[in-house]
Write a protein that binds this ligand. Structure first.
Ligand code: 0RA
Length: 646
């Protein structure tokens, strides 16, 4: 009997379960977001989240995640173990129900609702459905229990395979190559960042990550252990490693408001960046939502009240706005919500109304106490806010000019922009090109129907180190705003963009393929990250990849994007072939630039994504901030885009 038949005959009950599992295999993106590198990593988060839930319920404090040699994953925890007794309704082991029924995960224990969760909180059965092989091993009730599955189908009933004096769950899975066709290879750094994040968000748990694919010089697998006793406080220090705090301690609170567990930590630094990360049930809510609104409300009202009473504002001739309270602020908000409603484009915006008041109250109490007990820090913070307000006031004219140009007039496009003729933004692209000369080549080489060119002069402003009014006064940056048709936010919230009038759905950064070029790309990316983050998050920002070499022999010409390709071509062409190294876009003529870098049929565009907001912030702050040594170290160790670009 084939394995296929064996699993079909094995249980009547499993037939109904298979329908849900088949749906997961038919529409995997509905369950795990995508079937690319993100979805692949999502499988790990989904299994680990179950262990975290067990830890939050108070039964587990140790989790190990292992990347095995074959890129399969093993997760292990010391929780109670998934129950193995016969499930009354389904008539098979509860373990089998958890592993093969969609949405069965939390149905056993009504009192401890599922608070942790992957992006979609779909449960370990989805991971099973999308794995060519999965083995679940449970230590429980003095025994070791095991069941194996293929593509979500149990191969036989749960068996006891030995005795055990411990409890816990071990899951090994190999993602299915039929589903994950793009890549099956796990990225250590991606998993490491997430495990670090989880350890800060759930203090007290020890999470170990082991990579058996790579051995150290001593012949041991690469591994890291994450454990945080102070939780968000330590997370803040990690995020702000390269920034200089203006107060001595991290302000923090942890408690329950209206039945909602709320944790908040914040600090002010000397930078101008606002850096707030919000989480719901350990999920990063990129688009914010009601908890973020609650934080802002609590922060603004409390600081405003304190500043008013302090008399420090007496000489100020204008109102302080919400933005001013958040300049140089790094904060993390983490709430646990029983039935989260996720809204927004990427379903990462919390909708639950009652969370706003809970967080706002929590923040107000925390801050009132802190300001009361630390009058020195309180004065430093209020002075920083006043400085921000004064700078904003000075920036108002610049801001109004940008706004007027973008909102009011239809014809106020920058003179340097060579626009395209197509009117539908969804079909339009704009290339931001380093330097006027490369801009000229790009203008000749482009397809003017749908491709626009905006040349940028030299190095654009480093927004990481500039006050807001300098940013809005900068001509190149103003050109970007007006060319894109993006209106900037209100004074209250300068980063709330209006993308309705966005004139191009593809915005392509095109710079030389050398160190200077990467630096300029990074400056432009820093601007987008700090001032137009929504554009990155909605997938509009791309990086062009011009070739590094031209290999020629007689009439034969081929381009190479790396040394490997170059060497292959040299071998292919045989003796007499020669190599031209492109130092910049300027060395290519219009036709070459079109063929290699601009023609949609032939080019490779790299879409810029933010996998991890905290890490992206750390990288930009490090690359572009004042603290030079870590920057040098980073640049020496990494290609600049390694972590910015998926
Ligand atoms: C259902 C019920 C109980 C625990 C679990 C599931 C559980 C699931 C996973 C997944 C990974 N590790 C896990 N640990 C536990 C409650 C069990 C009880 O009442 O004893």
């Amino acid at each position: 009997m084939s394995e296929e038949n064996q699993s079909k005959n094995y249980s009547e009950d499993s037939i109904q379960a298979l329908e849900g599992m088949e749906h997961v295999r038919m529409r995997p993106s509905m369950y795990i977001g995508d079937i690319g590198v993100r979805g692949l990593h999502h499988l790990v988060y989904e299994v680990v989240d179950n262990s975290i839930d067990e830890a939050l319920a108070g039964y587990c404090d140790n989790i190990t995640v292992t990347i095995n040699e074959d890129n399969s994953i093993t997760t292990q925890d010391n929780g109670r173990g998934i129950p193995v007794g016969i499930h009354k309704k389904e008539g098979v082991s509860a373990l089998e129900v958890v592993m093969t029924k969609i949405g069965a995960g939390g149905k056993f224990d009504k009192d401890s609702y599922k608070v942790s969760g992957g992006l979609h909180g779909v449960g370990v059965s989805c991971v099973n459905a999308l794995s060519e092989k999965l083995i679940a091993t449970v230590h429980r009730e003095g025994k070791i229990w095991e069941q194996e599955y293929e593509r979500g189908k149990a191969l036989s009933p749960v068996k006891s395979i030995g005795d055990s004096d411990q409890t816990g769950t071990l899951v090994t899975f190999k993602p299915d190559s039929q589903i994950f066709q793009q890549t099956l290879e796990y990225n250590y750094d991606t998993l490491s960042l997430r495990m670090r994040e989880l350890s800060y968000l759930n203090k007290g748990i020890t999470i170990t990550l082991i990579d058996k694919r790579n051995l150290t010089d001593e012949g041991l697998p690469i591994s890291e252990t994450f454990h945080s006793d102070e939780g968000l406080k330590e997370f803040i220090r990690f995020l702000d490693e390269t920034r200089e705090p203006i107060i001595n301690s991290v302000i923090s609170m942890e408690g329950e408001k209206n039945g909602i567990p709320v944790e908040v930590a914040m600090v002010y630094n000397t930078s101008f960046a606002e850096n707030i990360h919000s989480y719901v049930n350990n999920i990063n809510t990129h688009e914010g939502g009601t908890h973020l609104s609650g934080f802002r409300r609590g922060l603004t009202t409390t600081l405003k009240k304190y500043a008013d009473q302090s008399g420090l504002l007496d000489k100020l001739k204008f109102e302080i706005s919400g933005d001013d309270f958040r300049e140089g602020l790094t904060a993390i908000i983490s709430v646990k919500v029983a039935e989260p409603q996720f809204e927004g484009q990427t379903k990462t915006k919390l909708g639950n109304r009652d969370v706003t008041a809970a967080v706002s109250q929590a923040v107000s109490e925390m801050l009132e106490n802190y300001l009361e007990e630390n009058p020195n820090d309180a004065r430093i913070i209020v002075q920083k806010v006043i400085l921000a307000a004064q700078a904003r006031h000075a920036a108002r004219k610049a801001r109004e000019m940008v706004q007027r140009k973008t909102v009011m007039s239809g014809g106020g496009l920058p003179g340097k922009l060579s626009d395209c003729s197509e009117q539908d933004p969804a079909l339009c692209e704009v290339f931001l090109v380093e330097g006027d000369s490369a801009g000229g080549t790009a203008k000749q080489g482009r397809d003017r129907n749908f491709q626009a060119i905006l040349p940028l002069r030299g190095k654009i402003l480093n927004v990481e180190k500039a006050m807001q009014h300098k940013v809005f006064e900068n001509e190149e940056i103003r050109n970007i705003y007006t060319a894109l048709g993006v209106t900037i936010g209100t004074e209250e919230d300068s980063k709330a963009l209006n993308l309705e009038k966005l004139r191009y759905h593809k915005i392509v950064i095109m710079c030389d393929a050398d160190v200077d070029g990467s630096h300029i790309s990074t400056l432009i990316l820093t601007f987008f990250f700090r001032y137009m983050r929504e554009l990155i998050e909605s997938g509009h920002i791309y990086i062009a990849t011009p070739p590094l070499y031209l290999v020629k022999k007689g009439q034969k010409k081929e381009y190479a994007w790396n040394d490997n390709q170059r060497d292959k071509l040299l071998q292919e062409f045989g003796s007499g072939a020669n190599v031209q190294r492109y130092k910049g876009l300027g060395e290519m003529n219009a036709e070459q630039l079109w063929d290699t870098t601009m023609n949609p049929e032939a080019r490779t565009l790299r879409k810029v994504t933010i996998d991890n907001g905290g890490e992206a912030d750390r990288i930009f702050s490090m690359l572009m901030g004042d603290d030079v040594p870590p920057r040098r170290e980073f640049i020496e160790k990494n290609a600049i885009y390694a972590k910015i670009d998926a």
